[in-house]
Design a protein around this ligand. Structure first.
Ligand SMILES: [Zn+2]
Length: 232
């Protein structure tokens, strides 16, 4: 199959400035104290070069304030801060990575009809891997709910997307990318799916709640009551 030589990514805008084309992505590890241990996570930031650089610095600065709360985190944090700063200076155009991201998100080909189930795979995978970890139960829950909501949901296809989670942006960023390329009906269907996954484990953490609200906003869903309570 002939390789596409640029152009395809130009129709996708940077989620931060919404002006420049999507050019690159960077994966940023971070650490937070977790009792006496440390919780490591990674986050993939997608955008134009200037915004990815800014986000890397911003997130690193944030980590430098929050990452000191346990002895192991105390040891790891300076290393990760140094990495984040170095990574920010090394942001380059990366068309290959952008193409992989768009593929994982189900929106690679601008001319192809966007199948709701493909969009659902990407967003659900981004959601359950957004804390940098993938739990078997989360995958199972997402599969089971997916099969109920989407008649053509295929577990193997979903697993393939979830396994490529390093190539997925954060759910908030992904929602911005999707906003311009998928129709209203698809947006409602996939958002309903996300809410169902988040609500499946009984409690919805405040950060998760805030993230879902941001996803709805970024998708352009503005009417209240779309989600599991009046605010999302
Ligand atoms: Zn930008």
């Amino acid at each position: 199959m002939p390789e596409q030589t640029g152009g395809a990514n130009d129709s996708h805008l940077c989620p931060y400035c919404k002006m420049h084309p999507l050019e690159t992505a960077a994966t940023l590890p971070s650490v937070r104290g977790d009792g006496l241990g440390a919780a490591f996570s990674v986050k993939t930031i997608t955008g134009c070069r200037a915004c990815v650089r800014k986000q890397l610095l911003f997130q690193t600065l944030k980590a430098s304030a929050e990452g000191w709360t346990s002895p192991p985190a105390f040891i790891a944090n300076p290393v990760l801060i140094a990495y984040g700063l170095a990574r920010a200076t090394a942001v380059k155009k990366d068309e290959g990575r952008v193409r992989r991201i768009l593929k994982a998100a189900g929106i690679e080909d601008p001319n192809e009809e966007k199948k709701p189930v493909r969009i659902a795979y990407g967003l659900a995978a981004a959601l359950i891997t957004s804390d940098g970890k993938v739990y078997r139960e989360e995958i199972e829950t997402a599969s089971n709910i997916g099969k109920e909501l989407f008649p053509d949901f295929n577990e193997d296809d979903f697993l393939e997307v979830a396994a490529a989670n390093r190539d997925l942006p954060t759910p908030e960023d992904l929602a911005v990318l999707l906003n311009n390329v998928v129709d209203e009906k698809t947006k409602h269907a996939v958002y309903k799916y996300l809410i169902a996954i988040a609500a499946a484990d009984d409690e919805v953490a405040p950060e998760e709640h805030a993230m879902l609200k941001m996803v709805a906003e970024n998708l352009g869903l503005t009417e209240p009551g779309q989600g599991f309570d009046r605010s999302v």
